[in-house]
Write a protein that binds this ligand. Structure first.
Ligand code: PRP
Length: 183
């Protein structure tokens, strides 16, 4: 059975408005100096691009990390792996991890512990989406765009078997096959 993504959960207009609000709050909270946005590949690539452009401060450094915890399943396997590490030293820096979604919390609680060891001046998390019902590991997330129900969502960077990342809104995937197609 083919998966479809017909139902819009969050429109592109609502996303853009929320990104502006989140950026304004971040600008207000970080008074001086550079801020490092650490975007977690791949899902956060669109969110970080919009968030970075909505920030008014001149010094926004954009870095990327690859973390994998899902393999081909649609629920967290609990296995976390760094697939691409930072190539900058964040010691003494204001660091904001930028995620598309927090689900079980496994990825972010692992990442927070990992980055804390590198002694940043501050370390916070911004996520566009949060599914609190799915949390297995508690994680302190300072900036949350939308709290959403436990439905499988795609678009605005989020994928299903690598498809749908390019949608400009967030949609609910229905008629999921029992397992994703091999990539
Ligand atoms: C997603 C998402 C987060 C993580 C959240 O990434 O981008 O990194 O899962 O899930 P958790 O809270 O259950 O740990 P995914 O592994 O699907 O990779 P992708 O961003 O490359 O699609």
């Amino acid at each position: 059975m083919a998966a479809t993504a017909d139902r819009v959960l969050i429109s592109s207009e609502r996303i853009q408005q929320k990104v502006l609000e989140m950026a304004a709050q971040i600008d207000a909270d970080y008074k001086d100096g550079p801020i490092y946005l650490i975007s977690i590949l791949k899902g956060a690539f669109i969110f970080v691009a919009d968030l970075a452009r909505a920030l008014k401060r001149p010094s926004v450094r954009i870095e990327f990390m690859g973390i994998s915890s899902y393999s081909r399943e649609k629920t967290s396997s609990g296995q976390v792996k760094v697939t691409r590490d930072l190539d900058v030293n964040i010691e003494g820096c204001d660091v904001l991890i930028v995620e598309d979604i927090v689900d079980s919390g496994v990825t972010l609680s692992y990442l927070r512990r990992l980055l804390e060891q590198r002694k940043p001046k501050s370390l916070e998390i911004a996520t566009l989406l949060d599914k609190p019902e799915r949390r297995i590991q508690p994680v302190n997330v300072k900036y949350v765009g939308f709290r959403i129900p436990d439905e499988f969502v795609v678009g605005y960077g989020l994928d299903y078997a690598e498809d749908y990342r390019n949608l400009s809104d967030i949609r609910v995937l229905s008629q999921l096959p029992s397992s994703p197609n091999p990539e």
